[in-house]
Design a protein around this ligand. Structure first.
Ligand SMILES: Nc1nc2c(c(=O)[nH]1)N[C@H]1C(S)=C(S)[C@@H](COP(=O)(O)OP(=O)(O)OC[C@H]3O[C@@H](n4cnc5c(=O)[nH]c(N)nc54)[C@H](O)[C@@H]3O)O[C@H]1N2
Ligand SMILES: Nc1nc2c(c(=O)[nH]1)N[C@H]1C(S)=C(S)[C@@H](COP(=O)(O)OP(=O)(O)OC[C@H]3O[C@@H](n4cnc5c(=O)[nH]c(N)nc54)[C@H](O)[C@@H]3O)O[C@H]1N2
Ligand code: SF4
Ligand SMILES: [Mo]
Length: 705
């Protein structure tokens, strides 16, 4: 049979993947609306052809029959498709009603894909700003809040996060991060594996500190288990050895750094033996790492989820900064450097707000604001607790807090009590099932993209603008169109003056032109594989944002935090004490929302609880059986796998699972439900300084069913 003459021609399209922080360049082969192939774009100057299995699932998301394409209204437990205009009117009317009662009675939660999506970044404010609520939440406070707080306090801007110069470092010390699975975080590093090979080839070393022998630990030169939540002791131990052995040489940054000696003086009194006993890493090991780090020709200390999302997250991030700074590895090739992105939110007229801390607090528990947002661990109680400022209406954008935030069950129940909830989301999932209205935007392949955030954290300076692969389907709306439509109606109903509503592309173009490199959308459109803007390089003191162009090595609150931590050093965990729960990520899973892709969930289940064989036998449990895991806040049942990947006393469970709740519409995910880690995490277990959730190191018991 001959092909019908109307068969569209095949075409090749280049665009960046926006699923994770690695922002890989992709090459798509398509015919009409059919994706024939997705591969890595070898001409991308940052990712150089790297791709992971999730990128191929972009096709599944695009084609997914469960993905929502038209607005939905919930009447009781039934969903009805409605027209866009009717949906916008309904949402604006309800939000205006709530606002007129009390602006703070409306809360907003922005989830992780928001920062991977320039429509949300540039225009969600056009919908939210008329509401003028202080109840703003996001995934930041279950994630990188401590990094941003330290960046703000020490370098003057919440996005001034120093980045590992992985392509030149000789000694890479990694705490609580698993870039082999995550592809890097606050270190945009596509193709970690090859960059590590190159590090080894030039004689460099990588040392990993993690309670689990992770995929990254497997390829490290050395891996040391650490008791969850005790990294501050290890980091203090490193500094203590460096101080005692006179190994610290801050070098040129000393000329523009304040109070480094004051900070180091506060660390001097700690005793190495006590620190070592607390974290479970031998004194000799700490000494060796300290000497190797200080002696390396370019060293970088980097810590991610395992050390930021724990009870001393902010202290850990501060100590990491001090180690890099005091050894002369900050702002040095082969150490930690700051990026110079094409659209520069740190410097110049395109700049965003540098940050703020503690300007206001949550109503019920008094947790501090950061950068205009409150810690999401407080959201459920803000909904449940009556009084002025009680949250009665909620907007969620690209978030699934029921599975992502501590004590998700409590939030799950609280959402049911709201007067009104609207979700801008592409799925009917564990969170959005509580909404009254869901407004689904187009998916990633149907709109343009420029990564406004992750170029700030990339190991090499590049810029890349992606044109849409497909035109949006008829009757669908881009997220920015949704935000503008609701924002316009809301302002009208509230009698607020009409605002200018520029489109994402105009905002990005202005931002590019106003940044030091003075690029434009037009220039980026002409370079579909992206522009190479050069290796990272020293940029201090010019790039510092503090008016005096100086580094503040010793933010005052850190001294109190140090004392608070010192108090805990006495409680060395006896061998018989309970288990500690930690999280993990897998290269074929992405937070809570990519489990509806058949190709990502096929094969062995990846949501088991990992438990050390000694802990399994001590409890008379059977490998492979379903167990009960109980914490202060809840209990789940999940399949357990005995594994010496985790150290004794530690159990590891990925988050984002638990797709077995009624009323969701994700057929494949529902067939591979798993259990939610955040049914166990505790909304009162926090990094005490920042209010960031402590999702690692949660005390649990494991029992037979
Ligand atoms: N226990 C534990 N909990 C954790 C973590 C952990 O390590 N352990 N990690 C934390 C971290 S680091 C993060 S970032 C959070 C993530 O937490 P969240 O951001 O709350 O959740 P996600 O799982 O990313 O869910 C994303 C939502 O966005 C929707 N979505 C996807 N693409 C789009 C889009 O283009 N537009 C719109 N409007 N919606 C879209 C999806 O359908 C889904 O509902 O989880 C945190 N929770
Ligand atoms: N494939 C995939 N990639 C992703 C994601 C995903 O879900 N899937 N999510 C993306 C997101 S939102 C983020 S924020 C990043 C996160 O990126 P990473 O932080 O690199 O990823 P995690 O796997 O969470 O790594 C945390 C590590 O900390 C360890 N750990 C737990 N507790 C402790 C502790 O107390 N101390 C120490 N030292 N280690 C501890 C865990 O065993 C784990 O190996 O990944 C991003 N990339
Ligand atoms: S590593 Fe991240 S950005 Fe790269 S292809 Fe995979 S999901 Fe996409
Ligand atoms: Mo994250």
């Amino acid at each position: 049979m001959t092909e019908p003459a109307t068969t569209p021609a095949e075409r090749i399209h280049y665009g960046a993947c926006n699923l994770c922080e690695a922002i890989c360049g992709l090459e798509f082969k398509v015919r009409g609306n059919e994706i024939l192939q997705i591969k890595g774009d070898t001409a991308d100057p940052l990712s150089r052809g790297h791709i992971c299995p999730k990128a191929v699932a972009l096709k599944d998301i695009y084609e997914d029959p469960d993905r929502l394409r038209k607005p939905m209204q919930r009447i009781g437990d039934q969903w009805q498709e409605i027209e866009w205009d009717a949906a916008f009117d309904l949402v604006a009317t309800e939000l205006a009603k709530a606002h007129l009662r009390d602006p703070d009675s409306v809360a907003a939660y922005l989830g992780n894909p928001s920062v991977h999506n320039y429509g949300v970044l540039t225009t969600s404010g056009q919908m939210l700003s008329p509401i003028r609520t202080r109840n703003r939440y996001s995934a930041t406070s279950v994630d990188q809040l401590p990094h941003q707080l330290m960046a703000y306090w020490m370098y003057g801007h919440q996005l001034m996060v120093p980045i590992t110069d992985i392509d030149r470092t000789q000694y890479f010390l990694v705490l609580g991060a698993n870039p082999m699975a995550s592809n890097g975080s606050l270190m945009t590093v596509p193709d970690f594996r090859h960059r590590l090979k190159a590090l080894h080839a030039r004689g460099g070393r990588m040392v990993v500190i993690d309670p689990r022998r992770s995929e990254t630990a497997e390829v490290a030169d050395a891996h040391h288990f650490i008791r969850p939540g005790t990294d501050a002791a290890f980091l203090l131990g490193l500094l203590k050895v460096m101080l005692d052995e006179d190994l610290l040489r801050p070098g040129r940054v000393a000329a523009f750094t304040d109070d480094l000696d004051t900070a180091l003086d506060a660390i001097r009194p700690f005793e190495l033996a006590a620190l070592a006993a607390h974290c479970g890493i031998d004194e000799q090991v700490i000494q060796t790492i300290a000497r190797d780090f200080a002696g390396a020709d370019g060293a970088a200390c980097y810590g991610r989820m395992g050390v930021s999302v724990q009870a001393y997250g902010s202290l850990c991030q501060w100590l990491i900064q001090l180690i890099n700074l005091a050894t002369g590895n900050l702002d040095r090739e082969g150490g930690m450097l700051f990026t110079e992105p094409a659209l520069d939110l740190v410097n110049g007229p395109a700049g965003s707000k540098p940050g703020s801390f503690g300007k206001h607090h949550t109503r019920v528990r008094g947790l501090p604001e950061f950068g205009g947002e409150l810690p999401v661990a407080a959201l459920a109680e803000e909904i449940e607790t009556p009084g002025a400022g009680q949250v009665r209406a909620l907007v969620t954008i690209a978030g699934n807090p029921v599975l992502s935030t501590p004590n998700g069950r409590r939030l799950d129940a609280a959402l049911d009590s709201l007067d009104f909830m609207v979700s801008v989301d592409i799925y009917l999932n564990e969170t959005t099932r509580h909404a009254d209205v869901i407004l689904p935007p187009t998916c990633a392949l149907e709109h343009e993209h420029y990564d406004m955030i992750f170029h700030h954290f990339a190991v090499h300076n590049t810029a890349r603008l992606s044109e849409p692969l497909f035109d949006k389907a008829e009757g669908t709306m881009h997220d920015w169109e949704i935000f503008q439509a609701v924002g316009k109606r809301l302002a009208e109903k509230l009698g607020q003056p009409a605002r200018a509503m520029p489109r994402p592309q105009q905002i990005v173009d202005l931002g590019l032109q106003a940044s030091p490199r003075k690029l434009s959308v037009k220039q980026l459109q002409a370079t579909p594989h992206g522009l190479d803007l050069g290796a990272l390089r020293p940029t201090l003191p010019e790039r510092l944002v503090h008016a005096d162009k100086r580094i503040n090595a010793a933010p005052k609150p850190m001294f109190e935090e140090l004392l608070r931590f010192g108090e805990t050093l006495r409680d060395v965990m006896p061998a018989s004490a309970g288990l500690k729960l930690i999280g993990r990520r897998h290269v074929r899973s992405n937070n809570s929302w990519m489990h509806n892709s058949h190709r990502l969930v096929k094969g062995n289940a990846r949501h088991q609880l990992l438990m050390h064989p000694d802990d399994v036998s001590a409890r008379g449990l059977t490998d492979g059986s379903t167990v009960r895991v109980r914490s202060k806040v809840g209990e789940i049942r999940v399949e357990m796998q005995a594994s010496d990947e985790v150290m004794p006393g530690v159990v590891s469970l990925p988050h984002g699972w638990g797709h077995n709740r009624s009323g969701t519409r994700m057929g494949i995910a529902e067939a591979h439900p798993g259990a939610s880690n955040n049914d166990l995490t505790d909304e009162h277990f926090l990094d005490g300084l920042s209010g960031n959730a402590a999702l690692n190191g949660v005390p649990v018991e494991v029992l037979a069913v």
